[in-house]
Design a protein. Structure first.
Length: 120
C-alpha cells in the first residue's frame, strides 16, 4: 500500500498508554487528532503512534507533537484486531513532521577570512 499523507493542525494529544504483550515485550501507544486547514468542510483524523520493545521511547519520551502544531503526518490504515466492530478505525502514524518549527541551518564554512572585506 502506498504511503498516505495528511496535513493540518493538532487539536488534541492524548495521554500515553503502555503495557506488556503476552510474550513479555513492552509496548506504548499515543493518539493525537489532526484537523485539516483551509477546507470548507475540514476532516479530522485520529492517529495512533504504536511502538514495541526498544522503540517504546518514541511513543513516550520522544513524542514531539503538541496541540496547535501544524504537522504533516505520514500514515497507513490498519485493521484493529482488538476492535472487530470498527476494524478500520486505526490510522497508524509512522512519521510526523512539524511545519512550523524552523529547520536548523548550519553556517557555511569560511574558507578565507581575508575575503571578508571583498565587496563581491
Amino acid at each position: 500500500m502506498a504511503n498516505l499523507k495528511f496535513t493540518g493542525i493538532v487539536t488534541k494529544v492524548y495521554e500515553a498508554k503502555a503495557g506488556t504483550t503476552k510474550k513479555g515485550e513492552p509496548w506504548a501507544a499515543r493518539m493525537f487528532r489532526v484537523k485539516e486547514e483551509n477546507a470548507e468542510y475540514p476532516n479530522e483524523v485520529l492517529f495512533k503512534r504504536f511502538k514495541l520493545g526498544d522503540y517504546v521511547k518514541f511513543a513516550l519520551e520522544q513524542f514531539n507533537v503538541s496541540e496547535g502544531d501544524r504537522v504533516s503526518v505520514e500514515y497507513s490504515m490498519v485493521v484493529d484486531a482488538y476492535n472487530p466492530e470498527y476494524p478500520n478505525q486505526v490510522m497508524r502514524e509512522f512519521k510526523t513532521n512539524s511545519l512550523d518549527k524552523p529547520k536548523r541551518n548550519t553556517p557555511a564554512s569560511v574558507e578565507n577570512e581575508e575575503d571578508d572585506n571583498d565587496p563581491f
